[in-house]
Design a binder for this molecule. Structure first.
Ligand code: S3P
Length: 415
């Protein structure tokens, strides 16, 4: 069974989170079109409301009323969303009040000291439960600091920049490798005093004003599953429409092109960020590649689906320094190795590197586990599509964390 047709993926999750959360600090009213319908962004909007922000929904748009930093003390449930929790940590650290942040069992396993520690150096009063959620915050006056991050993480960088727009003095954030810059772009558009400096970003205390309108591009990380499905499934051709093409998010496209696939990318706009269409057709001669540590942040959410593509490529693909994947919604390295391995793929880890030998025909047998991780669930669904079957996957519905209509869109493409 091949995949044929075009799909408009949901609004970008990262940009939707930021639009929602930044409204807490800003003045003005923003009408957001194509706000992500995913469960994670619903957690963000619920958090905004519980902190005193006003959110309305009208004709498919989300209307955010700026709270101008006048927040109410609250206990916030961040659900499964690391972005909600980490960005809120930086945002709330500088607001007067008491806040408690918690989440589901997966979020409770994720590291928060990487955010709490640098915030503490800025004067924040943040405590974690041995480095993990629940997190409590007593708002304090923050002072700008220079931060050199040990990990390339857009969530950590964003938390520190959000603290920085409220801090006295200058805050500088330098990453070991560049990660997505949605926060920097949106803060700049909202009037923040932010600029590139020393290979990173420096920000000063700023008043923020919301854009009157924001149209969120489609989520390229959601599109990625269907595009890879088309590349590896004989006879397929899929076009994804209106997807974000932020350079910090298109590492998968670069790597797949290097592997010999003819992905066609055409940019059709640049507001609020570059966006356009991406088409993929069956690529029978994919070649293995080495993905460098500096490329990983540009495709960090696409590693599971890239690993599936690599099982069909000639030679051994190496993904370097993917240790961060151990602390995502699941231990994604373990999940990839066990679940693709159970399908017959030849792959193994060495330290923080992942090796995938191909091409290997996949042979479904028995049942599979998403580990409650949306990106693992969608990767397994695409492996099933390649084999012309629907795999039995525990908690397959968790795809709704980022892509609620994923199974419907996949079914519509199957011919
Ligand atoms: C995100 C950053 C990435 C990514 C996550 C969303 C963001 O996490 O994996 O899905 O919106 O900033 P890290 O910052 O932990 O790399």
């Amino acid at each position: 069974m091949s995949l044929q047709g075009s799909v408009t993926p949901p609004g970008d999750k990262s940009i939707s989170h930021r639009a929602g959360l930044f409204s807490l600090l800003a003045s003005g009213i923003c009408r957001v079109a194509n706000f992500s319908p995913c469960a994670d962004c619903a957690s963000t909007l619920a958090a905004v409301e519980s902190l005193g922000g006003k959110v309305e929904r009208e004709g498919g748009e989300v209307i955010l009323h700026g709270a101008q930093g006048k927040l109410i003390s609250a206990a916030v449930d961040c659900g499964n969303s690391g972005t909600t929790m980490r960005l809120l940590m930086g945002l709330l650290a500088g607001r007067p009040g008491s806040y408690a942040l918690d989440g589901d069992a997966s979020l409770r396993r994720r590291p928060m000291a990487r955010v709490a520690d640098p915030l503490t150096r800025m004067g924040a009063k943040v405590s974690t439960s041995e480095g993990r959620p629940p997190v409590t915050i007593e708002g304090a006056q923050l002072t700008g600091q220079r931060h050199e991050l040990a990990v390339a993480s857009a969530q950590l960088k964003s938390a520190l920049l959000l603290a920085g727009v409220q801090a006295v003095g200058e805050t500088l954030v330098i990453e070991p490798h560049l990660s997505r810059d949605h926060t920097e772009r949106l803060l700049a558009a909202m009037g923040a005093d932010i600029a590139q400096a020393e290979g990173g970003w420096r920000v000063r205390q700023s008043d923020l004003e919301q854009l009157p309108r924001l149209r969120v591009p489609g989520d390229v990380s959601a599109a990625a599953f269907l595009l890879v499905g088309a590349l590896i499934t004989p006879g397929s051709r899929v076009t994804t429409l209106g997807v974000g093409l932020n350079p910090g998010r298109v590492g998968l496209i670069t790597v797949l092109q290097r592997m010999g696939s003819k992905l066609e990318v055409s940019q059709e706009g640049d507001e609020p960020e570059p966006w356009g269409r991406v088409s993929a057709a069956y690529a029978p001669e994919l070649k293995a590649t080495e993905v460098l540590a500096s490329e990983i942040p540009l495709l960090v959410d696409e590693v599971p689906i890239l690993a599936l593509a690599a099982t069909q490529a000639q030679g051994t693909t190496v993904l370097r320094s993917i240790g961060e994947l151990r602390v995502k919604e699941s231990d994604r390295i373990a999940a990839i190795v066990t679940q693709l391995g159970a399908l017959g793929a030849r792959l193994w880890e060495e330290g923080d590197d992942l090796f995938i030998a191909g091409p290997t025909p996949l042979k479904p047998q028995g049942s599979y586990d998403s580990y409650g991780d949306h990106r693992i669930a969608m990767t397994l669904a695409m492996a099933g599509a390649l084999c012309g079957q629907t795999l039995e996957v525990a908690d397959a519905a968790c795809a709704g964390v980022s892509y609620p209509d994923f199974y419907r869109d996949l079914e519509a493409l199957q011919q």
